[in-house]
Design a binder for this molecule. Structure first.
Ligand SMILES: O=C(O)CCC(=O)C(=O)O
Length: 257
């Protein structure tokens, strides 16, 4: 996969770039099936425990499922691949470690929106990460994304330049989320077909709306970091997951099977 100058410039100047058809049809089916399996498992687990909330998962409302590649090795073949390597080289450079892998599924429920935030803002102000160089978030649409099903909106860097640095995030009970921006700009809606990847800086402000449709809305996040940063409490060690993809320009991944 080759990224053109317009995409690279968009990433550097605007904070994001769009990659159409990042997943082909076969890969899209693999990722969707893995996502559906994981949702089924978490729903069964929560029902068997008789709970409606587990961490940030809310039954029938929204699910966040981390590290599904462990149970679904075909996901690892997408995460560690020529095309993710090329994507990292085009955005964060010659060193990239897996930072995070997560399904975000919004069920048919109106209370599923996210307030404006930087992913690094969540890491530092909610997760306890030490301040760090920006990392790369890859948001992959597993369904056609629209305003109706709660797609993301992004705020390009030139429209709010303080976001080139880490913004202070504070918890809001009202929206039940961390908030990093309270300005007037509504942002740009990202309405894209399934299989599209949006690559953005972990400092790019983004938010997402509620799913008002009658179908679940599935997204897949994979994040790569150029540096392995620590927790604020250094005794907790490295904050990221850490598996290397490229180190000093050298490929460090191989297929899982
Ligand atoms: O997929 C979404 O709705 C966005 C969720 C989000 O912004 C995040 O997990 O950082």
């Amino acid at each position: 996969m080759v990224f053109n100058e317009t995409q690279r410039r968009s990433f550097t100047k605007q904070g994001f770039m769009i990659v159409q058809e990042f997943l082909d049809k076969t890969e899209l089916e693999i990722v969707r099936r893995a996502c559906d399996r994981e949702v089924k498992n978490i729903v069964a687990e929560m029902r068997s425990k008789g709970i409606s909330e587990q961490g940030i998962n809310v039954l029938d409302r929204k699910y966040f499922i981390n590290n599904a590649r462990i149970q679904n090795p075909k996901l690892a073949d997408i995460i560690f691949s020529e095309k993710t390597e090329a994507l990292c080289r085009a955005t964060i450079g010659e060193t990239a470690y897996l930072h995070n892998e997560q399904f975000v599924v919004k069920m048919m429920n109106k209370v599923t929106s996210f307030a404006w935030h930087q992913d690094s803002g969540y890491s530092v102000y909610n997760g306890g990460a030490a301040p760090h160089e920006p990392y790369l978030t890859c948001w992959i649409a597993l369904d056609d994304m629209s305003e109706d099903n709660g797609t993301i909106s992004i705020l390009p860097f030139p429209r709010y330049t303080p976001a080139r640095k880490l913004l202070k995030h504070t918890w809001s009970d009202e929206v039940n989320a961390m908030v990093g921006y309270n300005g007037e700009d509504p942002g740009d809606l990202i309405e894209v077909p399934a299989g599209t990847l949006v690559a953005f800086s972990s400092r790019l402000l983004h938010k997402s709306g509620a799913n008002t449709t009658l179908r679940p809305r599935r997204g897949y996040f994979i994040a790569f970091t150029p540096t392995l940063f620590l927790h604020q409490d250094e005794t907790k060690g490295i904050y990221s997951q850490g598996n290397p993809l490229i180190e000093d320009g050298k490929t460090r991944w191989s297929r899982s099977h």
